[in-house]
Write a protein that binds this ligand. Structure first.
Ligand code: GLP
Length: 260
């Protein structure tokens, strides 16, 4: 894993956006996997800025989002459809035909999940998958003890995640218990993962993910088995890492072509 630690939230977001920029510039067509939550918001703002200054265009991008709540309409402000439109897609030049989010609002969720997997395959797989991390180590909505072999499917949220995500709802009871998420195996097939985390609340999950044993009790720890993962952290999210100085040393000694 490549661990990049930054002093400020702004610097972390700029770093993350540069990783996205590099991949878009290096491919003729890019398939991006995208994430929601509070963490990637600043990265999206930075990408929008890059689009406005002409540094970047999303015309040749196809996107697949990680997850969605079941039972929320796309126009519901709490849905991830709404989040992605208002925080990103409405401000960039992406062709809407190339935007995909899991459908959490259909009669037949099982078919929709299978179709989503097929659409990712048809697009040639994901070049860069952006990820956040839950305080319990979840990625996407893959909660602790879920299978590492899972594919896009309907999942039940843990009580901790319902509580954590209730900040985006008026009442905790309004947080849907069911979600649709890419599975761990789906995420692991992407060619490059970019995981972002900020704040002390994520420090324990980050320590387990990077330095702990690989275990389904911290789903993100499976990323240790992925050939290409970039982790961008602020100092608070990194503060429990035993090898923090080593990660900084490695970054300082990178070859030119290895940096963003
Ligand atoms: C949700 C999302 C995850 C996200 C996590 C962290 O549960 N399904 O994809 O990574 O929350 O969110 P935040 O960035 O708001 O802490």
């Amino acid at each position: 894993m490549e661990i990049l630690i930054r002093d400020t939230l702004k610097a972390s977001a700029q770093m993350a956006a540069r990783v996205v920029l590099k991949i878009i510039h290096s491919e003729e067509k890019t398939v991006l996997g995208l994430a929601t939550g509070g963490t990637p918001l600043r990265m999206y703002q930075e990408l929008i800025r890059m689009k406005q200054t002409g540094e970047l265009s999303f015309k040749n991008c196809t996107t697949f989002n990680l997850d969605e709540y079941a039972g929320l309409l796309p126009e519901d402000e709490r849905s991830y459809h709404y989040y992605m439109m208002s925080n990103f897609f409405d401000h960039v030049d992406i062709d809407r035909k190339h935007v995909h989010l899991p459908d959490g609002n259909t009669e037949n969720l099982r078919d929709a999940c299978r179709k989503y997997e097929q659409q990712i395959k048809n697009a040639g797989g994901i070049d860069l998958q952006v990820l956040g991390i839950g305080a319990n180590g979840h990625i996407g909505f893959n909660e602790p003890t879920g299978s590492f072999a899972s594919r896009t499917w309907v999942k039940i949220l843990s009580e901790q995640t319902i509580q954590d995500n209730s900040v985006y709802f008026e009442k905790q009871e309004e947080v849907p218990r069911h979600v649709v998420t890419m599975g761990i195996a789906t995420i692991m097939e992407s060619r490059h993962c970019l995981l972002l985390a900020n704040g002390a609340k994520k420090a324990d999950a980050i320590r387990k993910m990077i330095e702990g044993p690989i275990s389904a009790s911290c789903p993100a720890s499976i990323l240790q088995m992925h050939p290409r993962v970039t982790v961008v952290l602020d100092e608070e999210a990194a503060y429990l890492l035993t090898f923090k100085d080593h990660y900084k040393w490695v970054e300082k000694n990178k070859l030119d072509w290895q940096s963003y």
